[in-house]
Design a protein around this ligand. Sequence first.
Ligand code: ATP
Ligand code: MG
Length: 200
Amino acid sequence: MKKKAILGGTFDPFHNGHLNIAYESIYKLGLDEIIFMPTGNPPHKSDKKVTNAELRYEMVMSGIKGESKFKVSKYEINKSSFSYTYETLKYFNSKEKNTEIYFITGADCLMELNLWKNVNEILQNCKFVVFNRPGYIYEDIMLQKKKVEEKYDSKIIFIDIPLLDISSTQIREKIKCHEEISYLVPKEVYGIIKANKLYI
Ligand code: ATP
Ligand code: MG
């Protein structure tokens, strides 16, 4: 049985925090593959300005270059409607035979999971993995994990790793303030941000 994980995100921009949880997942869960899944038009972010999907895709693609276990999917980008995680997981579960599907997230996702559509189906169609994240208290994460597990009668995998205090929001803000961000993103991503004058 193969083990594959989906790591969904806006990736606006793709950064070293994303790479960190991807590598840790490979190592800790023994995964064969990680599929990075840039969102098309995320419902909960539709009020904010998001960089166009092609550029976000390009950033992920160039940022994972050279890592044979990392792939990028255009599945959500190519959908004309809003892409919901439960639909993506259902699709990959039926497409990938003899494969265990994992879904990788940071603690922020677990804390706001009640806002996601069809949580029950999400948890039925994957092994849900949560990484801790700066700004979240361990006890709060554990409490929420327990609540979700009991409500949906399922198990969540929590991975406690040293925190990388990086977020796309923080990078966009730093760029606006003309602060250095080259050490927070892969070199290729830095090049794309500069070439397209993103987040200025
Ligand atoms: P934004 O600030 O715009 O929300 P982000 O840094 O949270 O950006 P996303 O594309 O929203 O990046 O995140 C994709 C996934 O990666 C989410 O599950 C998120 O929780 C997780 N993630 C992002 N950065 C980290 C980090 N530094 N540590 C742990 N998980 C992270
Ligand atoms: Mg986020």
